[in-house]
Design a protein around this ligand. Sequence first.
Ligand code: COD
Length: 298
Amino acid sequence: MVKSLRDIVELAKARGTRTCVVVAAEDPEVLLAVDEAVNCGIAKSILIGNLHKIEEAAGIAGVDISKHELVEEDDPPTAARKGVKLVSEGEANLVMKGLVSTSDVLKAVLSKDGGLRTGRLLSHMSVFEMPGKDRVAIFSDGAMNIAPSLEEKVEITQNAINVAHVLGMSNPRVAIIAAIEYLNSDMQATIDAACISKMAERGQIKGGIVDGPLALDNAVSPESARIKGIRSPVAGWADILIMPDIEAGNVFYKTLVYMASACCASIVAGAGAPVVLTSRSDSHASKFYSLALGIAVS
Ligand code: COD
């Protein structure tokens, strides 16, 4: 079972070499992450973008560009569409975002023409190391689904469980997060959480133990769950945290990274292939581990 972000690289190695297409690849940090993946044998790469700027970025990063296949496309949204199309045509196994906006990549992925639609909901998730504990956890969705409906939260939950299985969590404990652990009819997140929990009990979500509403403290702290007298197979030990909306998920992500020095590996799942959507300000390590996660689930 994966216990650290480094373990994800070992999991990716077991998949063999996968082809990653990087769209608008003219970003030194992204090139460094892809180059590291190529050098450790988990990836082959196709870099799409402005070739002059890619060479310039490679120079800054100290990356030998001759190990990478290059495709010229100066317009970033067009590069995103071309890259996604290569994956949908089976020429590559996953797509990674370079210097192009998140929404341009997501629109290319969702396109009915050459996109990676599957009929399922696509959702973003991040794997992080639990501070002071010898294990990782997943949270979702801090970057794609803005204000998910109940049905969408069910799909977000299922996508996260499916990725947890790949990480070796055979029956992950899933906390549906709200501000409090009781039902409050003025807080829609608590009602959705209770419904999702019951739906899981009835087999409408498979492969994990789901409970909610749980507040963040009693989802991850056994001590908090004990003090509050919560009897639940999930409370205190959640492997997956499902956030009520993009604001909660995004603030949680940025709190982990900027205030708790955590590192995250993030992907969009549910599409025909994984999409690695790191942000420009993410660390080099985060970009590399995200790529490894994409490869591991591809
Ligand atoms: N999964 C599957 N299909 C989807 C999804 C999804 N998550 N979202 C939209 N679709 C489908 C719709 O059913 C529709 O058929 C088509 O895509 C277009 O739907 P719209 O019009 O709602 O989609 P867009 O293109 O306006 O927006 C989709 C985005 C993902 C771009 C949008 O939801 C968005 O901007 N999300 C937040 C991205 C962001 O800013 N993240 C911040 C990162 S830090």
